[in-house]
Design a protein around this ligand. Structure first.
Ligand code: SAH
Length: 251
């Protein structure tokens, strides 16, 4: 059987208990070496076969899994953060299905949650934004035209940008062209939850310069929106005057 496991954003104690269990029992581990913290491999049992998928193609990954299955071995496919976000698991799952190989998916703490925790931030502040747009700049992987940054920017909601650290000149222009004020706050979180995590605060306009000054070109999230500002309204849920299923409000 194959377990796709979310490794979490970096800190080795941010893997789930289920993920940890599968990792410590696996005969074969294939980990995404470009981003997964290698210290997680210390949870592997002695003698586990370990492969770094950064050097492998999809076919090579599936070959390793197929060989393990023939030998009745369990495989953990370890992906950074949560596997559902830019994890390329669908193409693996479809090949496993075709080969009649059993699999399941264990969620992980995505880096965008790790980054929010590092900032002690709330993405969904009342009267500021109640939506989070998770997206990326187009790189070698195309983004559908209807999902342009410019069109999303019109909502001025909270925006989380993955895979875009090297493209911030264009990103900044598109965010402003779409509708964000130039002074909208931005936080760049480099290696969220890793020991060498770094946080930079800037604005939509000063983002490219901030990236340049600090030499950030990868492993960073760019968080955009007024949720990073000072203004918001209290929640209704904890308002003394607000009644709900579990509490009677003051009249
Ligand atoms: N599945 C992963 C994302 C993989 S895409 C997740 O849920 O987090 C790879 C991109 O994720 C990187 O280019 C970077 O933008 C972001 N990323 C992954 N780990 C990160 C971390 N610890 N800190 C900041 N950004 C991270």
């Amino acid at each position: 059987m194959v377990h796709f496991v979310g490794a979490g954003p970096g800190a080795t104690d941010l893997i789930t208990m289920r993920g940890h269990k599968y990792l410590s029992e696996a005969d074969v581990i294939i980990y995404a070496g470009s981003l997964v913290n290698k210290e997680l491999l210390s949870y592997a049992k002695e003698g586990a076969e370990i492969y770094n998928s950064a050097h492998m193609t999809l076919e090579e990954v599936v070959d390793v899994i197929q060989k393990a299955e023939k030998e009745n071995k369990d495989t953990v496919r370890l992906h950074t953060g949560d596997p559902s976000i830019y994890g390329a698991i669908r193409e693996q799952i479809d090949l496993l299905k075709a080969l009649d190989i059993r699999y399941d998916v264990v969620p992980g703490v995505s880096s965008f949650f790790g980054a929010a925790a590092s900032l002690s931030a709330e993405y969904t502040l009342p009267n500021v934004s109640q939506s989070v747009i998770i997206t990326r700049m187009e790189g070698r992987t195309p983004v559908p035209e209807r999902e342009s940054i410019r069109s999303f920017a019109a909502h001025k909601s909270t925006m989380v940008l993955f895979l875009s650290s090297g493209l911030t000149e264009e990103l900044s222009k598109e965010l402003i062209a779409g509708g964000y004020e130039k002074e909208t706050p931005v936080a760049v979180v480099y290696k969220a939850t890793w020991p060498d995590e770094k946080i930079f605060r800037c604005t939509v306009q000063s983002l490219p310069q901030t990236m340049k000054d600090n030499n950030i070109t990868k492993t960073a999230l760019i968080l955009v929106g007024n949720f990073l500002g000072d203004d918001y309204e209290r929640s209704e849920l904890y308002n003394p005057k607000f009644s709900h299923e579990f509490r009677e409000g003051i009249k």
